[in-house]
Design a protein around this ligand. Sequence first.
Ligand code: ZN
Length: 191
Amino acid sequence: MDVRDFRASGNLPGQSRSIRITNVTGGVDRGVHDSAQQDPSWRVIFSMVAAKARLGEHVKWTRIEVGTDTKTQLVDITAIVSDETAKTGVKNGTCFVYMPHTTAGLTINENADPEVARDILTGLARLVPVNGDYRHAEGNSDAHIKASLVGSSLMVPIIDGRLALGTWQALYFCEFDGPRHRHLLIGTAGE
Ligand code: ZN
């Protein structure tokens, strides 16, 4: 994302106050209108936004297809994410995984004992029943709620060319409304 485009959009996502930023370069805000100009907390937010935008310019993204064959399923994607990260040649940096779906998610947990993945699905099913006081017309509210519970992105450090995962950790793609054809994005930043 181009830093200037991000700023030109005017409204900061997730903020109730609508503030237009103009003529901003190098992370130093010089044209913030009205009260924000005097408010140090807004300057911090603007700096963070600028830093994220600059980081975004250096992330290389790869799109991966994932097919699922049951309604709920945890798919171990550690190997494919590790391989795609290795291909970039990044030795020290950050790996990002992003899932652009609303009824599937991502999580990190144990893969030494496959029963852990089974227990996570069983536990989520107990927490969020398929049938409940839901109004979503598509009838898959439980999948939407589970997707929000696990989240839709992961961040893993890359150290010495490898994903710096703990001994028992694996990256899981979480299907909550399959079987479906899904895709996810793997990004790497660093050198
Ligand atoms: Zn739905």
